[in-house]
Design a protein around this ligand. Sequence first.
Ligand code: GDP
Length: 182
Amino acid sequence: MNDRNKPVTLKIILVGNSGVGKSSFMNRFVNHRFTNMYRTTIGTDFLSKTVTMDGDTVNLQIWDTAGTERFQSLGTPLYRGAHSCLLVFDVTSRDSFSALEEWRKEFLIQGEPQDPDHFPFIVLGNKTDLSDREVSGAKAQQWCSKIGAQYFEGSAKADLDVEKPFMTAARSGIQQYKKHTL
Ligand code: GDP
């Protein structure tokens, strides 16, 4: 079972309000592209990327979820089996940051992770290229310390600090995988 050559598939979920840049961030990480075309996410989408990490070959299956309250209430099983979750907000929108607590709760209820108290959440503030910031890094960091999440910020548009949040999600995801699958 413990075959290091066998690729591990990790499910990483992106949640957060519509428009915060989930698809853009994921697209930047996987395809190294950015488009300004606004696309409201109405269903779900995933992109795959294979990375090598600490000697393991890992296939990241990154899911972009619908950011609408309507979809949120449907109780989709999409969150099930996730190995880590990125809570995404827009640093120029206080509302998108405040919504993260609800997104986190929703994820814990719908996703039913095996060890909810230690589930790896990663918080990501996007759009740091913009100057009309409403959420400071210190404020985001403060909330992250409270919930035990790691905090990152960056910009999908300017291609700033895109790798780190995903690699951190992958690294904590693999720990979940090893703890609950092997
Ligand atoms: P989603 O609904 O969360 O998937 O958000 P999208 O990825 O569709 O992005 C919503 C809008 O924000 C689009 O118009 C993007 O072009 C824009 N956007 C995404 N990331 C950034 C960023 O880092 N900086 C800026 N200025 N705009 C961004």
